[in-house]
Structures are given as structure tokens and as C-alpha cells.
Write a protein that binds this ligand. Structure first.
Ligand code: SF4
Length: 169
């Protein structure tokens, strides 16, 4: 798997984290914000008005978030680069896809770490099968992602990772 897949590329994302994530007013966020509510610092073209000094404006929590590449994948691969900002009707399906893709990319990141071990052949085959399920060679489509049995896939990843515990002992 190409590690670049797991790097956030905000320039190719429809600012999904800035609308999808809920904030609780705290030392990390200056405001309360619900999931699905656009951050007031977001400009009309998906940019952050306070990006260079988010911590200074009370949005340090944004600096800690990493979508692991899920945002641009949803935006580009599933929605052809379109944005909920220009097409509000896309908001709900984009949020649903982002929620699932975040989990998929978290699992892919864990599998990417596991690939660094000196795995036995059968373990490497199992890892490759999981990667192929979560990063299909033909790419994700919206129907395919919607059909993913998220809990089952996560359980398979967790079981596989648990089977490798001897490598980290
Ligand atoms: S402060 Fe900026 S980076 Fe953080 S959610 Fe708002 S628009 Fe996005």
C-alpha cells in the first residue's frame, strides 16, 4: 500500500473535518459545534480563515486532528471533487462516507505499521487480503463503501493485529 494514501491532502478535500466533527467548548475549541454544522471559521471555498493561528484563536484541537487521507478520498474518489458547500444536498452523503472512510483509513494505517514486521508468509497473505478489502484495487465507489460491513471489517483487522502480538512482546 502506498503510504501517500494515508497522508491528509486538505487541498483536495471539501473541508470535511471542518463540518463533520463536533466540538465541545474547552481549552481545545473556543466554541460548541455539532456534527454537520460548518465551522464559522470556514470560508466559502473550503479554506480556514484562521489556519495560520488556530491555536491563538482557541482552535488548537484542529491541529491534533488527522483524517489519514480519508477526506480527500471521499471528496475525490466518491464525489468527483464536488463539495457540500456548493451543493448542500451532498452534505449528508459526504458525512456518512467520511465517517466510514475515517475508520477504514485508521485500519489501513495500523496495517501499514504491521507490514513493517518480519511477517510469516501466511501472515503477509492475510495482511494483503485485509488491505485489498479496505483499499480495493479498483478503488472505492459510494455504493461499495456503503455496503461495507464496518463492524465486521474492524473485527477482522483487530483479530489479525492481535495475532501479531508476539512481534511486539
Ligand atoms: S478552525 Fe479552521 S481548521 Fe478548524 S474546523 Fe474551523 S475552519 Fe476547519
Amino acid at each position: 500500500m502506498d503510504a501517500a494514501l494515508l497522508r491528509a491532502d486538505c487541498a483536495n478535500c471539501a473541508a470535511l473535518c471542518c463540518v463533520a466533527l463536533a466540538f465541545d467548548r474547552s481549552e481545545l475549541f473556543a466554541i460548541d459545534k455539532a456534527c454537520g454544522e460548518a465551522c464559522p471559521n470556514l470560508d466559502g471555498s473550503g479554506g480556514c480563515r484562521i489556519y495560520e493561528d488556530r491555536a491563538g484563536y482557541g482552535f488548537r484541537g484542529c491541529e491534533y486532528f488527522d483524517c489519514l487521507g480519508a477526506g480527500q478520498r471521499v471528496t475525490q474518489d466518491l464525489f468527483g471533487g464536488r463539495s457540500w458547500q456548493q451543493e448542500p444536498g451532498l452534505l449528508a452523503p459526504m458525512l456518512r462516507a467520511f465517517e466510514v472512510m475515517r475508520r477504514v483509513h485508521e485500519w489501513l494505517a495500523l496495517l501499514h505499521q504491521a507490514a513493517r514486521f518480519d511477517l510469516a508468509a501466511d501472515e503477509r497473505r492475510a495482511l494483503a487480503a485485509l488491505e485489498a478489502e479496505l483499499d480495493p484495487p479498483q478503488g472505492w465507489t459510494a455504493p461499495a463503501l456503503a455496503a461495507l460491513r464496518v463492524e465486521d471489517a474492524g473485527a477482522r483487522v483487530q483479530a489479525f493485529l492481535a495475532s501479531l502480538k508476539a512481534y511486539v512482546a
